[in-house]
Write a protein that binds this ligand. Structure first.
Ligand code: BGC
Ligand code: BGC
Length: 793
């Protein structure tokens, strides 16, 4: 709360000043004074802190790897929940549990210090990237790509404000949002987190979200009630990696790169953003977390940013010469806060030693800690007005989570984000129409919400019970149809009995994903579920509207040819009525592309090329008609692209299922019949699984339909099995106990299963253990290995 900065300074440190005389309006109009009062306060606090307490301000662990006792002992400056983390180990915990944990950690952080050191409350950061969507019942706003298509900063500002209030309900202080990436190659898995391929549009939208989250920096309302700290991320170049590879390399002339990817930052800084997150990518061969020229020279020097720089998830560990737990290079380059989810303890100890031996100058440490303290002062965490999370404005007021007002903002944004790419006249839907609503996405809020929804990856296994208060696209259509005297019927596969419908709406698209799991080699949309339904209905003479759910523009020429109207719906979230508002013409269709739409399926940057089917800015109003001429349906990548990779990079390929005791383990996670699988890191976040078998349990991974090839499995054994373990493929069962014993503690290894030990192979692979067993799996693939190759472990 900027208004109380001086009052806080007086109350805590500056002897002899009288807080009562401070005029809050005068403070907000005199930032220079406020700033020097902050400086004085910071200097005083620093003078009373030990090196260990200072370093702890820079350490940000995640909630499931420390306890309240650790918080009391170390006094971390901040902490986070990962996309798969929830309070007390439950990622689906109710909002009240999130608030309870916030209180518990806050209380631990403010226990009096025995040695007279100042007490500095901790703060909690979260990824509320499209609403406070780690929380059941929160409003789920469209992902940024949809917001870009609204071209409406005002609605984005209101989304920021609504999100901040919902965050406050749970006692959380800090949001790792907005992503201001300027995505250039839509094969990147985070394209949907980008507002646009156009840097200016990203800059406007990012600034608007920041103002909504934090409040207007020129007003007394800044970071006050209803506001939280925002983070512009990821600095910089995240949207410019070669081939759209997440966390990859950005290459080129630095001025040219800045002219695209750095553009949103000055706008974010003007909007008052208090935090910037460093990016995983490298620029011209150097990882951003260790790039002093850019992290300090560009961001601080050229751009004048005075807030804090937070690292990304173990991002410092990717700097050359660093490990996750040992990395003075990052702070020396300009990083202030280390996001170090699990290895916080050795990192903290190493940093303390590196300050003590002079590797890290005290002045640099003080500067970094000062930035954290400044953010806390501005957010009202220090001083007179500081309060326990549950005693703060909006905290615990559960009616605000997914409130009708917030949902109305979301619905408006959804409607404004729908982009009509084709319409031969079937839209708007007529009153009284009998409408068939088809496609497995039609009634799935999870699919409409995409990644970063309840779990990191999101996913269709999140059924409607996980989304109380939400309206699926089907439900939105059904209520509008009923209101206009018509009716809607839901039929996922598009079949119907009795009288033919007047029109069909077919909802289909990408399955949810996040970060690198969403990276693709091409832009071909290969899932033919929607196409099949469209073609079948067309053959029956039923007019169709395709509603395409996706995190990026994709090559959908076949679907565009098959449908009478085609709507790019992006990832709209929990308010499906926003979609029906446009389909029925309750609202004009004002959404316009914020990305170029591809003409071919290859991928690669499109802006300014002749490979564009619909340019940025394209979109039809409801009164406009277009009948595209038949589009080219050839694409070299329609089949075989996925290869026979069954499981890799944290994802089961489509058509592959994992199960135990007949119960499906969606995306190879969860617990069933004595088998428990959780995400662990091999090379990247949760790209592997740790699978624990209770005695007598077994795990089956299988492919629907026909497959071929030998099996290649990347695995690790940390403790030798104590009872027999077998693998069964087709009709053959092989005892692999001795081989696994031999693999103990040898790190990641490759298991190659060929005809030689499993004659006939087959489309299902079962691992069974008679005793307790823990097995790491990083990938499972089927590939053709030269005939006669022996099995190996
Ligand atoms: C992502 C960030 C996110 C962080 C914390 C990282 O993997 O790149 O965008 O804020 O995790 O969840
Ligand atoms: C995500 C986290 C997620 C984690 C998984 C990070 O990149 O941002 O939120 O839980 O990876 O390990």
């Amino acid at each position: 709360m900027r208004t109380s900065v001086l009052a806080i300074a007086c109350a805590i440190s500056v002897a002899g000043c009288t807080p009562a005389l401070v005029d809050p309006v005068a403070v907000s109009q005199a930032p220079a004074n406020a700033r020097s009062a902050e400086d004085a306060r910071i200097a005083d606090l620093l003078s009373r802190m030990s090196v260990e307490r200072k370093v702890a301000q820079l350490i940000q662990p995640q909630i499931n790897s420390f306890t309240a006792a650790d918080m009391e002992r170390y006094r971390f400056g901040s902490y986070l929940n990962g996309g798969n983390g929830g309070p007390y180990g439950d990622e689906f915990a109710p909002a009240s549990e999130w608030l309870r944990l916030a209180d518990e950690m806050y209380d631990a952080s403010v226990k009096p210090m025995t040695n007279g050191e100042p007490v500095i409350p901790t703060m909690w950061g979260t990824d509320a990237v499209h609403g406070h969507t780690n929380i059941i019942g929160a409003t789920i706003f469209p992902h940024n790509i949809g917001l870009g298509a609204t071209h409406d900063p005002d609605v984005v500002r209101r989304i920021g404000a609504a999100t901040a209030v919902e965050i406050e309900v749970t006692g959380i202080d800090w949001n790792f949002s907005p992503t201001v990436a300027v995505a250039q190659d839509d094969r990147w898995g985070r394209t949907y987190e980008s507002y646009s391929e156009d840097p200016q549009l990203v800059a406007r939208m990012g600034a608007a979200l920041i103002e909504g989250l934090q409040g207007d920096p020129a007003s007394g309302d800044f970071l006050g009630a209803g506001h939280v700290i925002a983070t512009a991320k990821h600095f910089f170049g995240d949207g410019g990696t070669e081939n759209g590879i997440d966390q990859g390399d950005v290459n080129g002339d630095i001025e040219a790169l800045k002219a695209v990817h750095a553009v949103p930052y000055p706008a974010a800084i003007d909007a008052g953003v208090e935090a910037v997150m460093a990016s995983f990518n490298s620029i011209n061969g150097r990882k951003m977390h260790g790039n002093k020229e850019l992290l300090t020279g560009l961001l601080r020097g050229e751009m004048g940013f005075d807030g804090l720089v937070v690292g990304d998830w173990n991002g410092h560990g990717q700097i050359e010469g660093c490990t996750v737990s040992d990395c003075p290079q990052a702070i020396l380059a300009g990083l202030d806060v280390y996001m170090v989810p699990d290895d916080w303890k050795p990192l903290l100890e190493n940093l303390v030693a590196q300050v003590n031996d002079g590797t890290i100058p005290m002045a640099r440490l003080d500067e970094a800690v000062g930035r954290v303290l400044r953010a806390k002062m501005r957010a009202g965490l220090l001083g007179d007005h500081a309060a326990r999370p549950s005693d703060r404005p909006n905290a615990g007021d559960m009616r605000l989570l997914g409130s009708p007002e917030h949902r109305a903002v979301a619905r408006e944004a959804v409607a404004k984000s729908q982009v009509i790419l084709k319409n031969s006249g079937v839209l708007p839907l007529k009153p009284n129409a009998r409408i068939l609503v088809a496609g497995s996405g039609a009634d799935s809020v999870a699919q409409a919400a995409g990644g970063w929804t309840l779990t990191w990856q999101g996913g269709r296994e999140l059924t409607s019970e996980y989304f109380p208060g939400a309206t699926s696209i089907y439900a939105g259509i059904a209520s509008e149809a009923a209101a206009t005297g018509g009716e809607a019927r839901l039929s996922a596969d598009g079949s119907f009995t009795g009288e033919a419908p007047d029109v069909a709406v077919v909802v289909f698209g990408e399955e949810p994903y996040a970060e690198f799991s969403g990276d693709r080699k091409t832009l071909a949309f290969t899932d033919e579920e929607g196409l099949d339904i469209l073609l079948r209905l067309k053959a029956q003479g039923i007019p169709t509207v395709a509603v395409f759910l996706s995190g990026r523009p994709m090559w959908v020429n076949r679907e565009l040819n098959a449908a009478d109207a085609f709507v790019a719906s992006w990832l709209p979230g929990s308010e499906g009525q926003g979609v029906s508002d446009v389909l029925f013409g309750k609202r004009e269709a004002t959404g316009r592309l914020s990305f170029s739409w591809p003409k071919d399926c290859a991928g690669g940057p499109l802006a300014g090329t002749d490979r564009v089917l619909f340019p940025l800015g394209y979109g039809l109003s409801l009164g406009e008609r277009s009948t595209l001429t038949q589009l080219d349906e050839t694409c070299a990548f329609l089949s075989g692209d996925a290869g026979a990779q069954w499981y890799a990079d944290g994802r089961l390929a489509s058509g592959i299922t994992a199960s135990a005791g007949g119960v499906e383990l969606a995306n190879l996670r969860g617990t069933a019949a004595g088998v428990s699988a959780r995400g662990v890191d091999r090379n990247r976040q949760e790209d592997a699984r740790e699978i624990t078998f209770a005695p007598g349990s077994s795990l089956t991974i299988a492919q629907e339909g026909e497959g071929s090839g030998d099996y290649v499995i990347a695995y690790t054994i940390t403790r030798r099995p104590s009872a027999p373990v077998t693998v069964t493929v087709g009709d053959t069962t092989l005892d692999i106990t001795a081989q696994l014993e031999h693999s103990e503690l040898k790190g990641w290894r490759e298991m190659v299963l060929t005809e030689q030990c499993l004659p006939g192979l087959g489309n299902a692979l079962t691992i069974a253990s008679q005793g307790p067993l823990t097995l790491g799996i990083a990938s499972v693939a089927r590939q053709d290995i030269p005939e006669g190759t022996a099995c190996s472990f």
